[in-house]
Every structure is written in structure tokens, then in C-alpha cells.
Design a protein around this ligand. Structure first.
Ligand code: ATP
Ligand code: MG
Length: 400
């Protein structure tokens, strides 16, 4: 028997109280969009507690797999909807069970409609009895091969033998937008994914230092963003011309402080662009202790130049776990393509691991970096990448 609907259980909705309406409309919009390309006939509706997707002629497992990539969904249950009579429930339950292999089963029942003729226990014993009379199978309440779930809703009964985990979090767009510093390494694409999964939209900012860095990095970033489009349909990539400012840093700053000062400049530029582009936070792929500029002392010196929140989703994540996520979201192979990053080209031999703000300010008093920061912001070129296609290039598109 084919599952005719997929029931979507909401993520962290209970914590959202008054925002329930916004949560649901945002999630439904994201679901409609995510299914529009491969499953255009699937229809999305909702009642008070769930969203339902019709499965039409599609493979149910394919739709489930796509839904698992959408943030704000806790669980995904393919169901057969049937009328609310015990007769109909028995028939559908047995038909669904007959498609399942296993030697033991258990029935779980719950009622949203408390006026239904039987309570949960009554439904369980009635349906279990019907199955035992019609199939050679045992009952195992603790570790069954098959779990049959019956959910009595207001307008129908939903019956299923399968439920799948969703990605959790909030629907994308509910938690504002962050400016993500994207380097082309392994970490920042993973950090991007974790932000999006939390419901925070991203826009990307990359610092390029041609001719020291090659144009190939732009292709690499574009390929990474195309992969991230699975989770966020449209992502803007802003490229900052960073060479002149970076050379000035190396001219005026003693080597151990170069990376710290460079990071401070990056954050100044990122803050200006974030303000301009309606982002409410900056984000990076930094992980505490990974390299010299990622010590807590360094973070104090770097954070000092901005009053924007800096989200570091990987702050406490182990590199191996990060690589696992990169493989899961399919950015790993792109990230390990060889490339030069502006950070790696100019890496000092002995970077300062405990930089002091006073010393940073001393070095920064040596030249007019303010006009260079402005030039960087002015010189930004933007590309807009939507559903794996570059749709807008080399200027700043209007905010949607
Ligand atoms: P990744 O794997 O993302 O490159 P990493 O471990 O190599 O990270 P760093 O190169 O020290 O670490 O960079 C730390 C973070 O700084 C990156 O995750 C990214 O957010 C940001 N960053 C570094 N270089 C750039 C760049 N050229 N443009 C934009 N952001 C950058
Ligand atoms: Mg890097």
C-alpha cells in the first residue's frame, strides 16, 4: 500500500510560542521551494500541528530524503490517511503491515481528537488483535521489527510503519541573516551549513589577493556555494579586492602581528558590508586553538574592532567531526582542491598567539588604513548563485 501523504513534525516550535504562525508559513514556503524542482506536483498543506505533503506518483523515499535537508523539521512520517472508523483503521493497518518484513510488531496509538470512540489503549489492543488474527507474527513491546503508528487527527486517522529524523532547528529565514566569511577551506562551508540549519540565512564574503591568489579560488567558492544551495536556494558571494591593504599590512606591521591585524581589517570590512546588506551578525569557520589566530586571546584582539556578534559554529567542533559534516554535505572534495588563500600566502613564521589590543592599535597608527578599508568595500564584486546557477554577476543586486 502506497503512502499517500508525508506528515512533517515541526522542529523547535514549542519554544517559539507566539511565532508559531511565522514558523509554519516560513517552513511551508521552504518546503514548497525545495520540492518545486524534482516534485512539482506535490502539494503542501498544514493543520495546527503538522504540515502534510502529498506524494503523488513520486517515490516516497526520494521526497523524505529531500525533506531531511530542510531546517525546522524534527521528524518526517509517511502516512496513509483514512477515515476515522475502527473498520477503516484495521483494514489500512493490516495492508501496511503486509508490506513489511519482520517477526515481531508493536502498535503505538495517540489521539489528538479526544472524542474518538476508543482511547489510545483501546485502539492499540483492537488493531493488535486484528493483526494477530490475520498474520503469523509475534508481539514485542520493547524491540519490535515493525512499529505500526496510528494517529487520530481531527479530520482523519494517519497510519504509518516508518518515521525518519529531520534536521531540526528553525526554518531558514526565521533567524535573520549573517555575513559568512568564506575561505574555500574545509571549515567555512561546514560553518555555513550549520548556520543555515539553525535558520540563519547567509551571504558570503571572500577576501581575494590577486595576483597572489588565483582566480581558480572563485570557481572553487562558486562550486561550494552550489552545494550549499541545497539548503539555501540563493546565496550572494561578495569578493573583496584585498591585495593593496594586505601589502600595506606587511609593509607597516611587524611579522608576528600581521595575521592579527589582517583579521581585524577583515572584520572591519565585513562589518561595513554586513550593515549595508542587512545582515545582523558575522560568521567564521574558526575553531578554538586550531591555529595561532584562533586562540581565545586572539579572538579578543580581533573582536575588538566590531560590535557585531561573531558566530563561530565550529568553535568547539573537532576537525574530524567537521570533515565528516563536509563529506555529508558534499563540499569536502571541493575544499581539498589545492588553492592559495590570502591567509596562507602571507603566514608569518611566528604568529603572535596572545596579541594585545594596545599593540594592534600601535601598528594601526602607522598608516591610513581607513581609506584602504573604504576602497575594499567599494571595490566588492558580487555574484548571486541560485539553485546551482550564477544568476547575477559583478554588481550588487537589490536585496530580495
Ligand atoms: P577554512 O578551512 O574555512 O579555510 P581554516 O581552518 O583554514 O578554515 P583559517 O584559514 O585560519 O582557518 O581561517 C579561519 C576562518 O577565517 C575561515 O574559516 C573563514 O571563516 C575566515 N577566512 C580565512 N580566510 C578567508 C578569506 N580569504 N576570505 C574570507 N574568509 C576567510
Ligand atoms: Mg583557511
Amino acid at each position: 500500500m502506497k503512502y499517500s501523504y508525508i506528515m512533517v513534525h515541526y522542529g523547535e516550535l514549542s519554544t517559539k510560542g507566539g511565532n508559531k504562525k511565522l514558523f509554519i508559513s516560513c517552513l511551508n514556503r521552504n518546503i514548497r521551494h525545495a520540492l518545486s524542482i524534482d516534485f512539482p506536483e506535490a502539494k503542501v498543506t498544514n493543520d495546527h500541528d503538522h504540515t502534510y505533503v502529498t506524494t503523488e506518483d513520486y517515490d516516497v523515499n526520494d521526497i523524505v530524503a529531500r525533506l531531511q535537508e530542510i531546517s525546522g523539521i524534527q521528524r518526517i512520517t509517511p502516512v496513509v490517511k483514512t477515515e476515522k472508523t475502527m473498520e477503516a483503521i484495521r483494514v489500512v493497518s493490516l495492508a501496511l503491515m503486509s508490506d513489511e518484513e519482520g517477526e515481531t510488531f508493536k502498535v503505538k496509538a495517540k489521539r489528538a481528537d479526544k472524542r474518538f470512540e476508543l482511547d489510545s489503549y483501546g485502539i492499540m489492543s483492537d488493531v493488535s488483535g486484528h493483526i494477530l488474527r490475520n498474520r503469523k507474527i509475534g508481539v514485542d513491546l520493547h524491540n519490535p521489527d515493525i512499529t505500526l503508528m496510528i494517529d487520530i487527527r481531527e479530520s482523519c486517522a494517519c497510519i504509518s510503519c516508518h518515521t525518519y529524523k529531520g534536521s531540526g532547528g528553525y526554518p531558514l529565514g526565521m533567524n535573520g541573516k549573517a555575513m559568512m566569511l568564506l575561505s574555500g577551506g574545509i571549515d567555512s562551508p561546514v560553518a555555513s551549513y550549520l548556520l543555515v540549519r539553525r535558520g540563519i540565512k547567509i551571504e558570503c564574503l571572500h577576501f581575494a589577493a590577486p595576483p597572489y591568489t588565483s582566480d581558480a579560488v572563485i570557481d572553487k567558492l562558486t562550486d561550494i556555494i552550489k552545494k550549499l544551495n541545497v539548503y539555501q536556494e540563493d546565496i550572494k558571494l561578495n569578493i573583496v579586492p584585498f591585495t593593496d591593504l594586505q601589502l600595506a599590512i606587511y609593509e607597516h606591521v611587524d611579522e608576528p602581528y600581521c595575521i592579527t591585524i589582517m583579521r581585524r581589517m577583515m572584520l572591519r570590512i565585513a562589518t561595513a558590508v554586513a550593515k549595508d546588506h542587512n545582515c545582523h551578525a558575522l560568521a567564521t569557520g574558526e575553531s578554538v586553538g586550531q591555529v595561532a589566530s584562533q586562540t581565545l586571546e586572539s579572538m579578543i584582539a580581533i573582536n575588538d574592532v566590531t560590535n557585531y556578534p561573531i558566530i563561530r559554529p565550529l568553535a568547539t567542533v573537532d576537525k574530524n567531526d567537521c570533515i565528516d559534516i563536509a563529506k555529508k554535505i558534499d563540499t569536502y572534495e571541493i575544499s581539498i582542491r589545492p588553492y592559495e588563500d590570502c591567509c596562507t600566502i602571507f603566514t608569518p613564521k611566528k604568529p603572535k598567539t596572545k596579541p594585545r589590543i594596545k599593540d594592534c592599535e600601535y601598528y594601526e597608527s602607522k598608516w591610513d588604513w581607513q581609506s584602504q578599508v573604504e576602497a575594499c568595500v567599494k571595490g566588492i564584486k558580487s555574484t548571486f548563485i541560485k539553485n546551482g546557477e550564477i544568476v547575477y554577476e559583478n554588481s550588487t543586486p537589490e536585496e530580495k
